[in-house]
Design a protein around this ligand. Structure first.
Ligand code: IMP
Ligand code: MG
Length: 183
């Protein structure tokens, strides 16, 4: 598995350090609202959300949503589909969307507009990774909490997959192009 990677971009220690910083910042920002509902975008958010939640020293709730993205390719289809909706009614709630990565921004733009319509008290975005160079010029996303800006490369690990694999790597790495060049 490790041999399929060209480089390690962010190692485990840097990930955990940044997650602790984000957790502290979020805890400080939400302390006065008395409410925090973390909404994880499956499945890429899994590792990040669980580590982040443990670093937020506040009462909070968690829910999950699933959206189709790339299937088995590394390029966005531009077609976004809701695969699993929330269990929670978010009207009046302070909602924090937790994403693994923002690439074109299409997924998050869709999700934000869907959730906005349900009248949350507030709606913010937390993403572990961001690829600013890849943003669709038509899409404007304001990220409230960001782990790392990364260059334009296909990355895996710490929840991020290629064709459902590599999510369990404890670091973020760049996949060797020959691994996905056949697709
Ligand atoms: P967007 O709609 O183009 O912003 O794509 C966002 C989704 O695509 C993320 O939630 C990921 O599931 C997936 N994605 C984008 N870039 C990568 C990457 O480098 N590695 C793994 N998944 C990615
Ligand atoms: Mg994915």
């Amino acid at each position: 598995m490790h041999n399929d990677l060209a480089t390690v971009l962010i190692d485990d220690a840097r990930l955990q350090q940044r997650v602790r910083e984000l957790g502290a910042q979020i805890a400080a920002d939400y302390a006065e609202t008395g409410d925090l509902l973390m909404v994880g975008v499956l499945k890429g958010c899994a590792m990040f959300m669980m580590d982040l939640a443990r670093c937020i020293d506040l009462p909070l709730a968690m829910d999950f949503i699933a959206i189709s993205s790339y299937g088995q390719s590394t390029e966005s289809s531009g077609v976004v589909r809701l695969l699993k909706d929330l269990d929670t009614d978010i009207a009046g709630r302070h909602v924090l969307i937790v994403e693994d990565i923002i690439d074109s921004g299409l997924t998050l733009a869709y999700l934000r507009s869907q959730l906005d319509r349900r009248n949350p008290a507030s709606l913010r975005i937390c993403t572990l990774l961001n690829k600013p160079e890849r943003r669709d010029p038509e899409v404007s996303i304001s990220v409230d909490y960001l782990g790392f800006d990364i260059p334009n490369a296909f990355v895996v690990g710490y929840g991020l997959d290629y064709a459902e694999r590599y999510r369990n790597l404890p670091y973020i790495g760049v996949l060797k192009p020959e691994i996905y060049s056949g697709h």
